[in-house]
Each structure stands twice: as C-alpha cells, then as structure tokens.
Design a protein around this ligand. Structure first.
Ligand code: ZN
Ligand code: ZN
Length: 351
C-alpha cells in the first residue's frame, strides 16, 4: 500500500533553506513509473539552484534532487519494460525517449528540455514520478547510494572522456577543476588506460585527492598560471586530451594551454562568460579541437553500473557521507563550502 502523502525538500526562494513539507504522492501517468527513492545525490547544480540562485527554476515551490536511485512501486499505463519491485536509477532529467536524439542513444541532447528540480519535481522526497524511458536497471551488487551518484557525478566525466574526448589507452590527460566531477574523471581516465594524468586545482585538498585518485602530477594555478608549462616540464610535451570542469574563461584558456599539437579540449563547465581562442595561427596550425560535453547518455550510466558490479571500477571513496531528508540543508551547506574533501553527498529519504 502506497501512502497518499510524503515528505519532500522544497525550494521556495533561492538563498533560503529548503522546506521539508508534506505533499501528495504523485501518480504515474502513461509511460511513467513511481519510484520509492532510496538515495538521491547532491551536486553543484543544487547549490546553483538553492543557495546561489544563479540557475533559475521554472516554478516554485519545487522539489529538488536529480540523482535518484530506488525501487519501482507503481507503473503507469503502457509501461511493459519494467516491473514493480525492480531497482532502478534515473537519468538525471526526464527525457522523452522519442525525439531524434533519444532514438539515437544521445539522450544528453534530448529535445524535451525539462529538468528535475527546475520544471519537474525531483527526488529529494519519498517518491518521484519519472518517465520509464529514463529508468536504468541497477545490478544487485551495486548499492543505491553508488547508483545515485553514478547517474550524474560519475557519468558526466565518463561521457566527456569517452563519447566526446575519445580517450585512447596510453594518451596523456589533463583535468582542470578537481571537485566531484574532476576527481571521477581522474579515476575513470586511470581505468581507461591514460598514460599520464595532470590535475589542476586551486584547492590543496582537491589536489591531494586527485593524486590519491590516480593523477601523476598536481598543479596549483595560483603558483603556475600556465599549467601547460608544468606539464611540459614533467612529460616533455602537452597532453592529448584536456577536460575543463569549471566554466570560466581563464580556466578554459588554461585548458587550451595544456594541449599538445593535435590535442583535444573537452569543455564540461558552464557559465555566462565567453573565453578567447588562441591566435588562429597557433589554433589552426596545431590542429586543436574544442568540444562541448553536456551531461551523459543512458549508455554511460548503464555501463558504469556494470563496471562497478563487476569490480572493474571502485567507487568506495565516492560517497563522502549520507544524510536523512531532514538534514538536507546541512548537506547543502557542507557541499557549498570550499575544499572540505567532499567527493559526493547523498540524501536517503527513507532513513
Ligand atoms: Zn547533479
Ligand atoms: Zn528526447
């Protein structure tokens, strides 16, 4: 028997704490399912929405949370691909499953531009309604908290490294910005056979963790504003692939300086400002590529769940702490602080 009401962490006004409120349990419509949320990851997007207010929401109040894993408790009309009782993770936005990009397996570009926590109630609640098109089965060996953080915090860097960056074994990689996404980029690049990994971050704890996660060299841009110089001193050349997770002009420009001739820069961080390209003689003459990478595809999440289930990828250091729903503001406060050593935090609404 499913309850008719539930508690949810709702955003009323950015900059004010989320309110824990009792709201009706939503009903799944055609093509949708009702998920009992076991774990919901928090990330920088939640800070932008709830604390800084620099990403606007379509309506308030709205339930936040877009990194969900749980158990299916009810199916809407026409859903045949899943069963009640099945453990699933959710793609972190409610994809349509039908547009030309979804049909091609490029869900990162889905034309239905909705988002949990912005236009659609999210998973910081006991239950969430989601399109079945966005559900991905969780193998028995993977716990809910790990599955939850895979849906965004680990799949975003995999998408950047694999689908957009086309990393090949033996190549040299630089990671600019080593928070939760960057730290996982280092872990994944190591698993994918990167021959050399440089980590660039202003924060000492982030640099220490980057070395712990498998980087060969950690650079403080406060001391070394051109990280390319430190990379060339260590490696004898620039890197084949550089990933940017910050989204500021100066960090994008630093990322391009890390590249070897023929190198690729993949930009993941977003922001309103416009970075500059190097002089065309250098940019064109050295055949540099600058590539955008937005989120992930379903395949990235499904493959990561299998990699963890089979023991190929160890995410045991990735969930720094889990919180009850009532503690969500404490969790957001901890996440908003700089250089605390936090990789990812999760909320467990059933706790
Ligand atoms: Zn996220
Ligand atoms: Zn779509």
């Amino acid at each position: 028997m499913i309850a008719t009401t539930m508690r949810a962490a709702r955003l009323h006004r950015p900059g004010t704490p989320l309110a824990i409120e009792t709201v009706p349990v939503p009903q799944p419509g055609a093509g949708e399912l009702l998920l009992e949320v076991a774990a919901c990851g928090l990330c920088g997007t939640d800070i932008h929405l709830a604390v800084d207010g620099d990403i606007p929401v379509a309506r308030t109040p709205i339930t936040l949370g877009h990194e969900a894993a749980g158990t299916i408790v009810q199916l809407g009309a026409g859903v045949a691909s899943f069963a009640v009782g099945q453990r699933v993770a959710l793609f972190p936005s409610p994809i349509c499953g039908q547009c030309r990009f979804c049909r091609a397996g490029r869900e990162s570009l889905c034309e239905a531009t909705q988002a949990y926590g912005m236009s659609h109630d999210g998973a910081l609640a006991r239950y969430i309604v989601a399109p079945a098109a966005g559900a991905i089965a969780i193998p028995d060996a993977v716990d809910f908290a790990t599955a939850a953080i895979i849906t965004d915090g680990v799949s975003t860097p995999l998408h950047a490294l694999r689908s957009r960056g086309a990393l090949r074994a033996g190549e040299a990689v630089a990671v600019v910005g080593c928070g939760g996404l960057g730290a996982h980029a280092i872990l994944l690049a190591r698993m994918m056979g990167a021959g050399f990994i440089a980590a660039i971050d202003t924060q000492p704890q982030a640099r220490a963790r980057a070395l712990d996660f498998g980087a060969d060299l950690a650079i403080d841009p406060a001391e070394q504003p051109n990280p390319g110089r430190a990379i060339r001193a260590a490696l004898g050349r620039g890197v084949d692939l550089a990933l940017e997770f910050v989204g500021r002009p100066e960090t994008v420009e630093a990322t391009l300086r890390c590249l070897d001739t023929g190198g690729r820069a993949v930009l993941v961080g977003v922001g309103p400002a416009r970075p500059a390209l190097p002089p065309l003689l250098a940019f064109v003459g050295r055949e540099h590529s600058v590539i955008g990478s937005f989120g992930m595809d379903k395949r990235d999440i499904a493959d990561l769940l299998q990699l963890v289930a089979r023991g190929r990828l160890d995410l045991s250091r990735s969930v720094t702490r889990s919180f009850a729903l009532a503690e969500v503001n404490e969790a957001l406060g901890q996440l908003a602080k700089k250089d605390t050593g936090v990789v990812r935090l999760v909320v467990e609404p059933g706790r």
